[in-house]
Unconditional design. Structure first.
Ligand code: CA
Length: 219
């Protein structure tokens, strides 16, 4: 589970990051709104924890722009502004949850797990494109009903591409979905897995966007 933490208080950010990593989340931290938008766009984190008082931009503006760019995963707002007005505008602006500072780290973890479950249930639908279907419960992939054998990383790569059908996935995006941050990645790992996947899938199913990445078209 990739979490993007957007928080300009470096002490608080370090504390949250450490607690989240200890709880098994992969955490990427940025402290500015501009960097948050860039990270959301490039790595499509599973969950964003967003402070509202950022040095360069209001957190609600970050949220608004992210939703405009069709970022649809959960966003949890974190702020000292404990007023009903801010709470309502945060939720109206597309936030999924809201936590007022100061908070207990255990409460943050509980909220994240709740969002994770919601994310999991919305993502656990079967994926089907063309004759290829991927069952996220049994982890089975079939082509026209015939089961395919694949490695865990091939499966994860195919799932990432099918979940984001019609949206080009860059090598970096796929890398970050395949491996935890900080884990060693051999430079051509994604290409190798794509190469192996293509041998199993119908011709042209995974398309290369030259110099950018890969895409699966559903239409
Ligand atoms: Ca702040």
């Amino acid at each position: 589970m990739q979490v993007l933490l957007v928080e300009d208080n470096s002490l608080l950010a370090a504390g949250i990051s450490q607690a989240l990593r200890a709880a098994g989340f992969n955490v990427n931290h940025v402290s500015r709104g501009k960097d948050a938008l860039a990270a959301i766009k490039s790595s499509q984190p599973d969950i964003v924890i967003l402070d509202l008082g950022l040095p360069d931009m209001d957190g609600l503006e970050v949220l608004r722009r992210a939703r405009q760019e069709r970022y649809s995963n959960p966003v949890l707002i974190l702020t000292a502004r404990d007023t009903t007005h801010d709470k309502v505008s945060g939720l109206d602006g597309g936030a999924d949850d809201y936590l007022a500072k100061p908070f207990e780290i255990d409460e943050l973890l509980a909220r994240l797990r709740a969002l994770e479950r919601r994310l999991g249930s919305s993502k656990s639908k079967d994926l089907q494109i063309g004759g290829v279907s991927l069952d996220t419960t049994t982890l089975e992939v079939t082509v026209d009903g015939t089961p395919l054998l694949m490695s865990r990383r091939e499966y994860m790569l195919l799932k990432a591409l099918m979940e984001s059908a019609n949206k080009v996935q860059t090598r970096d995006m796929l890398d970050s979905k395949l491996y935890g941050w900080g884990e060693e990645i051999s430079s051509n790992a994604v290409e190798v897995h794509i190469h192996n996947l293509r041998k199993k899938l119908p011709d042209g199913f995974i398309r290369t966007v030259r110099g950018v990445g890969y895409v699966i078209k559903s239409v």
